[in-house]
Design a protein around this ligand. Structure first.
Ligand code: PGA
Length: 250
């Protein structure tokens, strides 16, 4: 069985010093938990600080965004090569906060996915509908189009490093997670979309994570669903003790 992929998304939280203190508390608690692959997606400024600490552990480091270019006049941006040099192996792409607050569309997300893959980064590609879209019964249509547009021009086996995180926007940071039924239905649907477009091998291999108000007390139920291969955890990953408890509950 594939290990469950449990990824933390710290968002804009923690300085480098705080990240180091977190990890020193976290690892003794999480070390020894079997069957889980832990990824910490941290602010850019924490990557170098954490790299030597995670080196002797099974924890992987990830960033939360990446630019698609090699280099150039893109003030404030970070390239894939800059990330891989820090020791990051994962990167979140297309998070709904980036889509909404920084106007990232499917086309930009697609460019970032191409760039990340070609540099050997493992993207955690986020999709998910808004509450309005769900209320209008459009959630599957929206998610299918995000998946297909985001992965345009990429095929199996290049997709083997991609994970997809289904994060309904209405569940992020609200304390209201999708019900197991809602999450299960969408994950099975994404699996079908992947199979139709990329074939059975891709559909089987691509880990599908659930994200949105994952907590210590709902992680087990969500990750026991057939098509849920892990979780992307925001708020509940910020406290080392709580996050290690969440991981062992998964
Ligand atoms: P949350 O965030 O766990 O705080 O809801 C999840 C995410 O945005 O990835």
């Amino acid at each position: 069985m594939k290990p469950l992929l449990i990824a933390a998304n710290w968002k804009m939280h923690k300085t480098a010093a705080e990240a180091k203190a977190y990890f020193k508390e976290f690892w003794p608690l999480a070390n020894g938990v079997k069957g889980k692959l832990i990824v910490l997606c941290v602010p850019f400024t924490c990557l170098h600080a954490l790299a030597p600490l995670v080196q002797k552990t099974t924890v992987c480091l990830g960033a939360q965004d990446v630019h698609f270019g090699e280099e150039g006049a893109f003030t404030g941006e970070i390239s894939p090569r800059m990330l891989t040099e820090t020791g990051a192996s994962y990167v979140i792409v297309g998070h709904s906060e980036r889509r909404k607050l920084f106007h990232e569309d499917d086309e930009l997300v697609n460019k970032k996915l191409h760039a990340a893959i070609s540099h050997g980064l493992k993207p955690i590609f986020c999709v998910g509908e808004s509450l309005e879209q769900r209320n209008q019964g459009k959630e599957k249509k929206v998610v299918a189009s995000q998946v297909l547009n985001g992965l345009k021009g990429i095929s199996w086996p290049s997709l083997r490093n991609v994970s997809i995180a289904y994060e309904p926007v209405w569940a992020i940071g609200t304390g209201v997670a999708a019900t197991p039924k809602q999450a299960g239905e969408m994950h099975t649907f994404i699996r079908e979309v992947l199979e139709k477009e990329f074939g059975q091998d891709a559909a089987k291999a691509i880990p599908l994570l659930y994200g949105g108000s994952v907590k210590t007390d709902n992680i087990k139920e969500l990750t026991s669903l057939e098509d849920v291969d892990g979780a992307l955890v925001g708020g509940a990953s910020l406290d080392a003790e709580k996050f290690s408890e969440l991981i062992s509950n998964a």
